[in-house]
Design a protein. Structure first.
Length: 202
């Protein structure tokens, strides 16, 4: 099964870690996988994007516009820039973090609303799945890692669950951060879990 994923967000969110974990899970299942992260993303708050292509023996880095089966966006403004990559019928998972640039904070520019993103995803023929930051689970009084939570949501509620083994991915999450295994297990399982009341929509 050929399946292309486009990931976007800002520096410091662990966007590329999502790609790393999906890549490793696919490799362990002997699924051909190519992962192309953007270079120069170390600056906190700077734009981060990556392309991940599953099921292709030989795959170049470019996912064409309207060619991604799944878009995972970790920040609202970057999400809007990524809408053009979702294919009709594809899934668009948005974690609604807001990273307002100085021009927005100074009132010189407007920041995109959630409704603007939702409307553009719908116009592109995509299926919107929204994860509200306020619904991020807590562990010992603090929020869990959003990227692990979003990874769980993508594996639990999009066709990616038909490609990758969820238990294998869970093992990788625990092994990646041995000291925070319990916290990250909670984040991952919460993402996998059923729909709950609030702004999360699947």
């Amino acid at each position: 099964m050929k399946y292309d994923i486009y990931l976007v967000g800002v520096g410091g969110q662990g966007v590329l870690t999502i790609g790393d974990l999906i890549t490793e899970a696919a490799a362990r299942q002997r699924i051909p996988v190519s992962f192309y992260p953007t270079k120069g993303m170390a600056q906190r708050g700077g734009a981060v994007k990556a392309r991940l292509r599953l099921g292709r023996e030989f795959a170049g880095p470019n996912i064409p516009e309207r060619g991604a089966d799944l878009v995972i966006a970790m920040e609202r403004s970057e999400a809007l820039k990524a809408v053009r990559f979702i294919k009709p019928g594809g899934d668009f998972v948005l974690f609604g973090h807001v990273w307002a640039p100085p021009a927005v904070m100074l009132g010189k520019e407007d920041y995109p609303t959630l409704e603007q993103v939702r409307e553009q995803v719908q116009e592109a023929g995509g299926k919107m799945h929204y994860l509200a930051p306020k619904d991020l689970p807590l562990y010992e009084g603090g929020p869990v890692a959003a990227n692990v939570y979003v990874l769980g949501a993508a594996l639990g509620h999009t066709p990616l669950k038909e490609i990758l083994d969820q238990s294998e991915a869970a093992n990788l999450v625990q092994a990646r951060w041995a000291k925070g295994a319990e916290r990250n297990e909670l984040a991952f399982q919460a993402g996998l879990g059923p729909m709950f009341e609030g702004e999360r929509e699947f």
